[in-house]
Design a protein around this ligand. Structure first.
Ligand SMILES: CC(C)(COP(=O)(O)OP(=O)(O)OC[C@H]1O[C@@H](n2cnc3c(N)ncnc32)[C@H](O)[C@@H]1OP(=O)(O)O)[C@@H](O)C(=O)NCCC(=O)NCCS
Length: 147
């Protein structure tokens, strides 16, 4: 696959965000969820594409120097080819541009793929929220400094 490229997209792309999310997650967010989030203060949406085909998405929210990665996903057929790492790097760059000094995120203790991605990029666990997800799994809270 050729190198991905990334672009920021807003409320006008809520339908695309929802379609991508639905392919990445078993309990996806709706188009209305994305429209609401993308219209919120401090929220930025990113799409990764290769050769004009969208392959993944991420959403970040920056408030008072702290950024949260709200979601990140890559289409199943495009995984393990660097798109997730690309989206994470693009999200970090967008967070820095918004003035964030730190990025944090939550990941299920059962999501070994995502944890491996984050840990390979320098994220470290700063907390654990027990029985956070519907399946009873705990949420690992991870963070890394951006400066
Ligand atoms: C997590 C996710 C975004 C990773 O995307 P990806 O495009 O496959 O990731 P990359 O190809 O950039 O992988 C970068 C590194 O992460 C780690 N990694 C990614 N997927 C992995 C897996 N299934 N098993 C082990 N390590 C993995 C590896 O270190 C990998 O580097 P390598 O391929 O050189 O070994 C993708 O699996 C996904 O969309 N999952 C479903 C949605 C989800 O769980 N999102 C995260 C919610 S917190």
């Amino acid at each position: 696959m050729s190198e991905p490229e990334g672009f920021e997209a807003g409320v006008e792309a809520a339908e695309l965000f929802a379609a991508l999310h639905a392919e990445c997650f078993p309990d996806p967010w709706s188009e209305a969820d994305f429209a609401r989030l993308l219209a919120s203060s401090g929220v930025k949406g990113l799409i990764a594409r290769t050769e004009d085909t969208p392959q993944g998405l991420s959403l970040i929210r920056t408030v008072a120097g702290e950024c949260e990665l709200l979601t990140i996903g890559v289409l199943p057929d495009a995984r393990r080819s660097g798109v997730g790492a690309f989206l994470l790097a693009q999200s970090e760059a967008a967070a820095r541009r918004s003035g964030a000094r730190r990025l944090f995120l939550e990941v299920s203790e059962r999501n070994t793929a995502a944890s491996a991605l984050y840990e390979s990029k320098g994220y470290r666990q700063i907390g654990l929220r027990k029985r956070y997800y519907r399946d009873g799994a705990a949420a690992r809270v991870l963070a890394r400094d951006l400066v």
